[in-house]
Design a protein around this ligand. Structure first.
Ligand code: AR6
Length: 166
């Protein structure tokens, strides 16, 4: 079952949390900033060694001081009107994160709403893609969590999930 919760993703006791990073992987604001603050400076060190990540791809590091064992860093597309492969790239973020999780034996995973903050992706459209990807791989995980930051976001996810149950 896909779980839709409202929480700070840095507090979750899961095998992996996903980070909405940028191509430098060197931190930023939003969920990225929160994850780096909670994980500690070792995370920045680990990210620096990776040397960046193209949009749509994903990279994995330990979670360091986080309760989560791993952080999967993915880089969502910046919304530029929808005609610049934004949906394909956002889907690739979820798929590549899931593949990486599977390769590392992750059984419980939580996703933030990638691209829907600073990167401006319309929340409803992004949630539709997120839920589709999560539904496809649901049987492969013990827990697959959509971690919403605001009640409004949780409501969007819950409504979409009700109208198109996995
Ligand atoms: N837990 C869960 N969700 C959160 C948290 C949190 N602690 N904090 C924010 N969100 P954003 P993006 C939600 O802007 O749009 C960064 O600077 C937030 O409400 O974090 O992919 C990176 O370095 C929103 O729904 O990521 C990049 O430069 C969602 O997380 C850029 O922002 C994503 O918002 C990436 O932008």
């Amino acid at each position: 079952m896909i779980e839709i919760i409202q929480a700070d993703i840095t507090t979750l006791h899961v095998d992996a949390i996903v980070n909405a990073a940028n191509t430098s992987l060197l931190g930023g604001g939003g969920v990225d900033g929160a994850i780096h603050r909670a994980a500690g400076p070792e995370l920045l060190e680990a990210c620096r060694k990776i040397g960046g990540c193209p949009t749509g791809e994903a990279r994995i590091t330990p979670g360091f001081r986080l309760p989560a064992r791993f952080v999967i860093h993915t880089v969502g597309p910046i919304w530029r009107g929808g005609q610049h492969q934004e949906p394909e790239l956002l889907r690739a973020c979820y798929m590549n994160s899931i593949r990486l999780a599977q390769d590392h034996g992750v059984r419980t995973i939580a996703f933030p709403a990638v691209s829907t903050g600073a990167y401006g992706y319309p929340k409803q459209d992004a949630a539709t893609i997120a839920l589709q990807c999560m539904a496809e791989y649901e049987p492969d995980f013990e827990r697959i969590i959509a971690c919403c930051f605001s009640p409004a976001e949780a409501q969007i996810y819950a409504q979409l999930h009700r109208s198109a149950p996995a």
